[in-house]
Design a protein around this ligand. Sequence first.
Ligand SMILES: Nc1ncnc2c1ncn2[C@@H]1O[C@H](COP(=O)(O)OP(=O)(O)OP(=O)(O)O)[C@@H](O)[C@H]1O
Ligand SMILES: [Mg+2]
Length: 163
Amino acid sequence: MGEFGVNLPDAAATQRLGWRLGQLCSPGTVLLLAGDLGMGKTTLVQGIGLGLGIAEPISSPTFTLINEYLEGRLPLYHVDLYRLAPTQVDSLELEGYWDGSEAEPGILAIEWSERLVDYPASAIGLRLDTDPSGGRRATLTAGDAHISLLKKVVGDGLLADEV
Ligand SMILES: Nc1ncnc2c1ncn2[C@@H]1O[C@H](COP(=O)(O)OP(=O)(O)OP(=O)(O)O)[C@@H](O)[C@H]1O
Ligand SMILES: [Mg+2]
């Protein structure tokens, strides 16, 4: 298990972090986004879309449940569980997005992933918290299989320290 912290002084930095994830993640990546209201989860997913080469604007999927973007390097599936009851979360059958049974493997980005009971052991965790300076602090966690990926993602130009 590896954990990395990254300072994100402004929204553009959040997008850049997403952009690197979009460029580097492989098919079947599950990204568990956590952090309070307005911490920048959707902003990060917009960056992922840019990194995947998706031109369509990415907006919050609160009402559509799952937004699918299929024009980039990999499919991007964007979910927001904020308003969903546990039974609604179950009915999304998200496992079909990571086991490849329902959808072509891509990147599955889940806002309010705290609501999720079942997720793959290989999932990458990304939590956003406030920073005293007014920006955000991202904490990324992953199992051994994805540590080298996270090092690449946080490595270039972004302040990173392994905790
Ligand atoms: N690193 C940052 N520093 C300062 N502001 C940021 C940063 N990242 C994003 N923001 C800003 O935070 C606000 C909320 O962003 P966003 O909608 O992406 O949050 P969210 O976590 O998806 O919210 P919700 O929980 O409602 O879905 C936006 O105005 C965005 O520009
Ligand atoms: Mg959001």
